[in-house]
Design a protein around this ligand. Structure first.
Ligand code: NAD
Length: 285
């Protein structure tokens, strides 16, 4: 086996760089980002905190609306509608996961696509589907991954890309965005038989599942580029991704760590979308 000297895909450093590069535009546009958090799910709370920190660094006016766990679907819809109408708000997100009595698709559908800085609304997903030229507010995690690959000059066109995970927010959109950049894309999921036969072909392997050590060293080829999207909490409280980092990194040419890889890039991409939404709103007012 060839032991590769792998390079980390340093999302933490790139995220800080990207956010700093937006500061002058932010100063001029004065975007206001509102985050609605429903209940006290610890994962939601930590995502919201990360976004707040990024906004403070970038100079974005950040407002958190914290609703309690028993908020009804109609009350949340009314809150969304109020933010749609409020001209001072240039973008907002409803932080997922939501309590189980709330239907997520119904809430996302109610968000004004122009203010949908998470890029989850069908209108924005549809534009993303067409081609990179039509991407307007693409979903933040896939946008962050594309920016990470681009920053490290990782060629996408003509490469074999394997995406593991087919969620609406990560797996499907990153598959589409890389297909639109002329990669040959295979999307795997829980019903894929013989996952390893696919992952072993990958030049670029993107894993978004939520299962520690799902991808082991015998499942990848030498020189693979690995993007680990998964966020899992170990029993000792520390975080890890879906990839056996210690062993896979010995075969990888590039690999993103968890934490410090895709997570910070998602937040940076949210800032990119926040600036974009504000710019368009200011231009049209
Ligand atoms: P999800 O639960 O909506 O989807 C999980 C996907 O994994 C599904 O497509 C499912 O079919 C697939 N899957 C499950 N078990 C599998 C198996 N054994 N083999 C192959 N595929 C399997 O998850 P999601 O929202 O896409 O998130 C995935 C992971 O990424 C989670 O750990 C989540 O916390 C993390 N995440 C991280 C960021 C970030 O910014 N870093 C953003 C979003 C999600």
């Amino acid at each position: 086996m060839i032991y590769y000297h792998h390079d980390p895909l340093d999302g933490k450093a790139l995220s800080a760089e990207l956010i700093d590069s937006l500061k002058s535009e932010i100063e001029a546009l004065k975007p206001k980002l509102v985050v609605i958090q429903v209940g006290d799910n610890p994962a939601s709370a930590s995502y919201v905190r990360n976004k707040q920190v990024a906004c403070e660094r970038a100079g974005v006016n950040f407002v958190k609306i914290h609703l309690n766990d028993s908020t009804t679907q109609n009350e949340l819809l009314a809150q969304v509608e109020q933010l749609n109408q409020d001209d001072s708000v240039t973008g907002f997100i409803v932080q997922l996961p939501l309590p189980s009595h709330i239907e997520v698709p119904l809430i996302i559908r109610a968000i004004d696509p122009k203010k949908d800085v998470d890029g989850f609304h069908a209108y924005n997903l549809g534009k993303m589907f067409l081609s990179p030229d039509f991407e307007d507010l693409p979903p933040a995690t896939p946008l962050g991954i594309v920016k990470l690959l681009d920053h490290y000059d990782i060629q996408i066109q003509g490469r074999e890309v394997v995406v593991v995970g087919h969620s609406n927010h990560v797996g499907k959109p990153i598959s589409t965005m890389l297909l639109n950049r002329n990669a040959t894309v295979t999307t795997c999921h829980i019903y894929t038989s013989d996952l390893a036969s696919h992952t072993r072909r990958a030049d670029i392997l993107i894993v978004a599942v939520g299962k520690p050590n799902l991808i082991t060293a015998d499942m990848v080829k030498d020189g693979v580029v690995v993007v680990d999207v998964g966020i899992n909490r170990r029993e000792d409280g520390s975080l890890c991704g879906d990839v056996d980092f210690e062993n896979v990194s010995k075969k990888a040419s590039y690999i993103s760590p968890v934490p410090g890889g895709v997570g910070p890039m998602t937040v940076a991409a949210l800032m990119v979308n926040t600036v974009h939404a504000a710019k368009r709103m200011r231009q049209n007012s």
